[in-house]
Design a protein around this ligand. Structure first.
Ligand code: PBG
Ligand code: ZN
Length: 329
């Protein structure tokens, strides 16, 4: 018998052989970040399932604490927090109020779970009556520079409450520099900025806008979030944020933007996080609930794909499930 063709199957013949030759390590618990939605409400028992995100909820402070306690027991390492305030206005006052819902949640969780990595999403859309991520004019324009001060105040208020990391997701130009300067002035020189640098104007955020009650009342986010057609522009955004002082970078959405993840990973030397967004979660869940796919395998394969593309860590709504089922190391 001559050696006339490539026998790729040699290295795949057993479970042991496949594990030995695996190029990508399985997902680690420490690499997973669980998103939570916390609602400002007097009803301490409030826990409402989000219709378009089966298995995900809006929680009151007390319910959030309960839920996080359960997940921490199973090895939860990091969370990212989103707030749903009781009142909204044209200045997003509750985004930077010292007693705002996210600030309260951070203080509570900081005290109860001293080792948990607490990341806060820094944006204004959940707090603006019009649902946009920046200041809106009567003519329907989103003003960039006047928005920066609000974002900076929001980030500082999160750090004051005890957040470990702030993650601006608004896509205004210059926000990382504004936030860095404000944090430093307030004495938070050691608070990292994890910037949503390459964030696309994506239909995959649909379910999130129900969860965070943050859908724009008019227009869309295309003048600030990136055009899904663009690749080179993602590098400009990433380098701009790094120049301004970002410590790590988020690519979002994740799965459909694996090419962006790979490119960013190869071009920068800071940690890269993939955000598997609400729509990616809901598509997998819907097919799983219908019995059309093996949901557990699809869930794990989707995350392996993100690691393979270059993600160091992953924000995913599947985090709790993976921990509960013991599917991460
Ligand atoms: C707020 C924000 C959004 C997401 C994260 N932060 C929504 C948006 O930009 O419209 C999306 C997360 C998800 O879909 O899971 N700016
Ligand atoms: Zn926003």
């Amino acid at each position: 018998m001559v050696h006339d063709f490539f026998r790729g199957r040699r290295l795949r013949q057993s479970e042991q052989m496949r594990a030995f030759f695996a190029e990508t390590a399985p997902v680690l618990r420490e690499n997973l970040i669980m998103p939570y939605f916390v609602v400002e409400t007097d009803d301490a028992g409030f826990a409402k399932e989000i219709p378009s995100m089966p298995g995900q909820h809006q929680f009151s402070l007390a319910k959030l604490e309960e839920r996080v306690a359960r997940a921490v027991d199973k090895g939860l390492h990091a969370i990212i927090l989103f707030g749903v305030p009781a009142t909204k206005d044209e200045k997003a006052s509750q985004a930077y109020a010292s007693n705002g819902i996210v600030q309260q949640a951070v203080r509570l969780l900081r005290k109860k779970f001293p080792k948990l990595v607490i990341i806060t999403d820094v944006c204004l859309c959940e707090y603006m009556s019009h649902g946009h991520c920046g200041v809106l004019t009567k003519e329907g324009l989103i003003l960039n520079d006047p928005t920066l001060e609000y974002l900076a105040r929001t980030a500082v208020s999160h750090a004051e409450a005890g957040a470990d990391i702030v993650a601006p997701s608004d896509m205004m130009d210059g926000r990382v520099a504004a936030i860095r300067e404000a944090l430093d002035k307030a004495g938070f020189t050691m608070t990292p900025i994890m910037s949503y640098a390459a964030k696309y104007a994506s239909a995959y955020y649909g379910p999130f806008r129900d969860a965070a009650e943050s859908a724009p009342a008019c227009g869309d986010r295309k003048t600030y979030q990136m055009n899904p057609a663009n690749v080179r522009e993602a590098m400009r955004e990433v380098f701009a944020d790094l120049d301004e002082g970002a410590d790590s970078i988020i690519v979002k959405p994740a799965g459909p933007y694996g090419d962006i993840l790979r490119m960013v990973r190869e071009s920068v030397d800071v940690p890269v996080t993939a955000y598997q967004v609400s729509g990616e979660y809901s598509l997998i869940r819907a097919a799983g609930i219908n019995g059309w796919v093996d949901e557990e395998r699809i869930m794990m394969e989707s995350l392996l794909g993100l690691k393979r593309a270059g993600a160091d860590s992953i924000i995913t709504y599947f985090t709790e499930t993976i921990l509960e089922k013991g599917l991460a190391r």
